[in-house]
Design a protein around this ligand. Structure first.
Ligand code: CP
Ligand code: NVA
Length: 298
C-alpha cells in the first residue's frame, strides 16, 4: 500500500484537518509528551534555508521520542545528478518519514511517488501546508473554535497564499487577497478555489470583517532578487496597526516569518496586541508533531 503524504491539502479531509489541529493543541498542553515516535527516524532534506521548519521538526521529533537527520541537498549525490526517484527509493528504505523543502513542487511529487514512507512538504515554490496548519491552530487556540468566516491576505500571491486558498476550500471560509497586478496567485489554484477566494480591488475591502489578517515577504526564496522596481510595485501592500481598524473586532495578525519590517509589515506590527506571530511560530512544532502522528500512527 502506498504511504500517506502531506504535500498540500488536496487529499486531506475536513475531519482529518480538524483532528490534527486538536491533537496539536492537546500536545501543546502536555509537559511530558507521549513517546509516539520512539524508534522512528525523520529525514529532513532541505534545498533552501530554514529556521522554523527545520527546528520545529527536529525538536518535535525528539520530544516525541524519535530522532531526526538533517540533510542539505547540496551534500547529497542529488546535487551531482543522481535522479530524484533513486534518491527517494534509497532514503525511504532507511527512514520512517521525510520532510522536503524544495523549489520544485514537481520534484517533491516525484520524490513522494517513489518513496515507501510518508513525505511531508516543508515548503515548495507552490505550497506551504504545515505553515497553514499552524496558522489554523493559532486561530483555534485564541478563539477556542475554528469558525473562521474571512481571512485577508495582503501581498504576493505566493506559496503560503496558495495553501490558504486550499484551506479556504476545506473549511469553507472566504479568503480576500489584496495583491499587486501581475503578482496574483497561480491561475489554476485560483480557478479551483474560486467559490471561496476573491481578489480584492482595495485594501479596506480585503480587510473588512476579516478575523485573520496575514501577509508574507514581497520576495520569496524562489523569486528573483528583490529590485527597486518591485519595491515600488509592492509599496502599498503591507500591514500596519491602522489596517487592523478595518478588520473584525478581535481579529488576529499572523505572519509565517521571517518578516521584513518596513516592507510587508510595519515595525510595530509584530508586537501589536492583535499579533499572534510568536504563538504561531511555536505552534509549528506542536501541529507538526500531530501531522507526524497522523501519517505514521493511524
Ligand atoms: N515560516 C517558515 O517556514 O519559516 P522558515 O523558513 O524559517 O522555516
Ligand atoms: N513565501 C516565503 C515563505 C517563507 C517561509 C518563501 O517562500 O520564501
Amino acid at each position: 500500500m502506498s504511504p500517506k503524504h502531506f504535500l498540500n491539502f488536496t487529499n486531506l479531509s475536513k475531519k482529518d484537518l480538524i483532528n490534527i489541529i486538536d491533537r496539536g493543541l492537546e500536545l501543546k498542553t502536555m509537559v511530558s509528551k507521549p513517546k509516539s515516535m520512539e524508534g522512528k527516524i525523520l529525514g529532513l532534506l532541505f534545498e533552501k534555508p530554514s529556521t522554523r521548519t527545520r527546528i520545529s521538526f527536529e525538536a518535535g521529533m525528539q520530544r516525541l521520542g524519535g530522532s531526526a537527520l538533517f540533510l542539505s541537498g547540496q551534500e547529497l549525490q542529488m546535487s551531482r545528478g543522481e535522479p530524484i526517484s533513486d534518491t527517494a527509493k534509497v532514503m525511504s528504505s532507511m527512514l520512517d518519514a521525510i520532510v522536503i523543502r524544495t523549489d520544485s513542487q514537481e520534484n517533491l511529487e516525484m520524490f513522494a511517488a517513489n518513496s515507501s514512507v510518508p513525505v511531508i512538504s516543508g515548503l515548495s515554490d507552490v505550497y506551504h501546508p504545515c505553515q497553514i496548519m499552524a496558522d489554523l491552530m493559532t486561530f483555534k487556540e485564541v478563539n477556542k473554535n475554528l469558525n473562521i468566516e474571512k481571512v485577508c491576505w495582503i501581498g504576493d500571491g505566493n506559496n503560503v497564499c496558495h495553501s490558504y486558498m486550499e484551506a479556504a476550500q476545506i473549511l469553507e471560509f472566504q479568503l480576500s487577497i489584496f495583491c499587486p497586478k501581475g503578482h496574483e496567485p497561480n491561475a489554476k489554484i485560483l480557478e479551483s478555489s474560486k467559490n471561496f477566494v476573491t481578489i480584492s480591488s482595495s485594501k479596506e475591502e480585503a480587510l473588512s470583517d476579516a478575523s485573520i489578517v496575514t501577509t508574507d515577504v514581497w520576495t520569496s526564496m524562489n523569486s528573483a532578487k528583490q529590485s527597486k522596481e518591485k519595491e515600488l510595485i509592492f509599496k502599498d501592500f503591507f500591514v500596519d496597526s491602522s489596517a487592523m481598524n478595518f478588520s473584525k473586532e478581535g481579529s488576529i495578525f499572523l505572519h509565517c516569518l521571517p518578516a521584513h519590517r518596513g516592507e510587508e509589515v510595519s515595525f510595530e506590527m509584530l508586537d501589536h496586541p492583535s499579533s499572534k506571530v510568536w504563538m504561531q511560530a511555536e505552534n509549528r512544532m506542536h501541529v507538526q508533531e500531530a501531522i507526524l502522528e497522523y501519517l505514521l500512527l493511524d
